[in-house]
Design a protein around this ligand. Structure first.
Ligand code: ATP
Ligand code: MG
Length: 487
């Protein structure tokens, strides 16, 4: 931003610099969260002050700021440019483009730390948010406006779940924001390439603060993402934000706080770390129709160490979200994809957001799945499995195979319902493992060719009549014969 466009109200001077933190004197009227400009490319935010000096976290081109540099103040709280021009772009925590594209013309300026909407501004969550992942949409349904934590050890498929949910919003008029905090540049690049390749970047904004940028920017990035999202929510649109991941965000804030000489508490985090995340999480929600009826759905991601969910940051986040998807290393290592532990995962919104047909088909599914895994553990200790036991394990086996889903291939709702109908009507019991794989990949196209009206009913999430069910069974029989013939 050109300095001549800034209305300067106060001028301070940098007295001391400690990594990304500066002490600035001469700002007699400064306030917390105030924006400062040092050079056209270096900015700062006031994070505390005493009688002598203000503590300022440096942002942007930090190396441009030296002891003796001038700090220009507008006596304004930090605000971010926002607008439709940001869709499809990759920006940093200051909303400046990182993708080499043209400068983005903002539609408006929005406050970075806006107070979360009050209770009277919100209505209960009632609309479903489809992730396209069968095990989540059927057993841990998520509503628009919900905060669902994705929690798990390193390399368990957390990012893949969140990215799949973005891919599944194609054509659904949901603005998606992927906020990368403290992650390696390579993993950001992988996500951006997936989004680009799958045509999901058009409706997505990427806010990136990789591990190589200063801690101040890593600290700000999730608030920038929330502020950009609020702009769309205020216009009545649905927004979906992924924070990948908040463990790194807490690390960045811890580093800043230690440099600011704030007293360290548990695990060396400062005392206000709970506030830091809860203030962010509160900004999600479903607004009233008078306020436009927009919503913000959050998927924060948090890392655990060796499956320990009682760590400080993970347990804080569990307490301030509306449920969690728990990713399990043992499941991941034994080949289950996605490696969601359904016995520890929960959505506190419950099945009230599901359509009646999905609710009916998925009732008890989670219990059946968990019971199957319990039974499977027991059969490991017996030398031979009896025919009766095998028969009882069969539905669980089919269910597990249906729940196994490749990364970056979300299922449309018609596919999900078709799978669940086939499962519920026990049409898949005769299918062997190889046949079920073919069924998952090819049957929906087969059905589309042979019975477009059935697909129509599934797409509109209507109940299947007995005639439809008989027709589905007939199509499955034909498909089965064809598959057996091919294999
Ligand atoms: P990190 O801790 O590094 O952030 P993560 O938990 O986000 O890791 P991902 O990067 O999503 O995990 O996935 C780890 C690996 O597992 C990737 O190589 C990804 O391709 C693979 N993977 C994840 N989910 C699936 C899936 N459903 N099907 C196939 N492969 C998957
Ligand atoms: Mg990840």
């Amino acid at each position: 931003m050109a300095l001549d466009r800034i209305q300067i109200r106060e001028v301070g001077e940098v007295r001391e610099i400690r990594k990304d933190i500066a002490k600035v004197t001469g700002l007699g009227r400064c306030m917390n969260g105030e924006m400062l400009d040092f050079t056209p490319h270096a900015r700062g935010m006031v994070v505390g002050f005493d009688e002598q000096a203000a503590d300022v976290v440096l942002l942007g081109r930090v190396e441009d700021v030296r002891v003796g540099s001038r700090a220009l103040s507008r006596l304004e709280p930090f605000s971010m440019p926002a607008g439709d021009g940001y869709l499809g772009r990759i920006v940093n925590a200051l909303a400046l483009p990182l993708d080499g594209g043209p400068e983005i013309g903002p539609d408006a300026f929005v406050p970075l730390f806006r107070e979360a909407p009050g209770v009277l501004d919100r209505v209960p969550i009632s609309r479903v948010f489809e992730t396209g992942i069968l095990s989540i949409d059927s057993t841990i349904p998520i509503g628009r406006g919900q905060r669902e934590l994705i929690i798990g050890d390193r390399m368990t498929g957390k990012t893949t779940i969140a990215v799949d949910a973005i891919l599944n919003q194609r054509g659904k008029d949901v603005v998606c924001i992927y906020c990368c905090i403290g992650r390696a540049y390579s993993s950001l690049r992988r996500v951006v390439e997936t989004l680009k390749f799958r045509g999901a970047l058009d409706y997505t904004i990427v806010v990136a603060a990789t591990g190589s940028v200063c801690s101040g920017e890593q600290y700000l990035a999730p608030y920038t993402a929330a502020a950009l999202g609020e702009h769309f929510m205020d216009a009545g649109r649905d927004v979906f934000i992924v924070f990948d991941d908040l463990t790194k965000h807490a690390w960045a804030y811890r580093q800043m706080s230690l440099l600011l000489e704030r007293p360290p508490g548990r695990e060396c985090y400062p005392g206000d770390i709970f506030y830091l995340h809860s203030q962010l999480m509160e900004r999600a929600g479903q607004m009233t129709p008078e306020l436009g009826g927009g919503s913000m759905t959050f998927f924060p991601i948090v890392d655990t160490l060796q499956g320990d969910v009682t760590g400080f940051i993970p347990s804080n986040l569990i307490s301030m979200t509306d449920g969690q998807i728990y990713m399990d290393t043992t499941l991941f290592n034994s080949g289950f994809r996605p490696a969601i532990d359904l016995s520890l995962s929960v959505s506190r919104i419950g099945n009230k957001v599901q359509t009646p047909v999905m609710r009916r088909l998925s009732a008890m599914l989670r219990l059946e799945y968990v019971q199957y895994h319990e039974m499977l553990k027991k059969t490991r200790f017996t030398a031979a499995v009896s025919d009766d036991q095998r028969e009882r394990l069969r539905p669980g086996e089919v269910l597990t195979q249906l729940f196994t889903q490749d990364g970056n291939s979300p299922y449309p709702i018609a596919t999900q319902l078709c799978f669940l109908y086939a499962l519920r009507e026990r049409l898949l019991d005769k299918f062997g493992t190889a046949h079920i794989q073919r069924f998952k990949h090819e049957f929906i196209n087969f059905l589309r060719q042979h019975s477009p009206d059935l697909i129509g009913v599934l797409e509109h999430q209507g109940e299947l009549t007995p005639d439809h069910k008989a027709h589905l069974a007939e199509c499955l029989d034909r498909f089965y014969e064809q598959t057996v013939g091919d294999l």
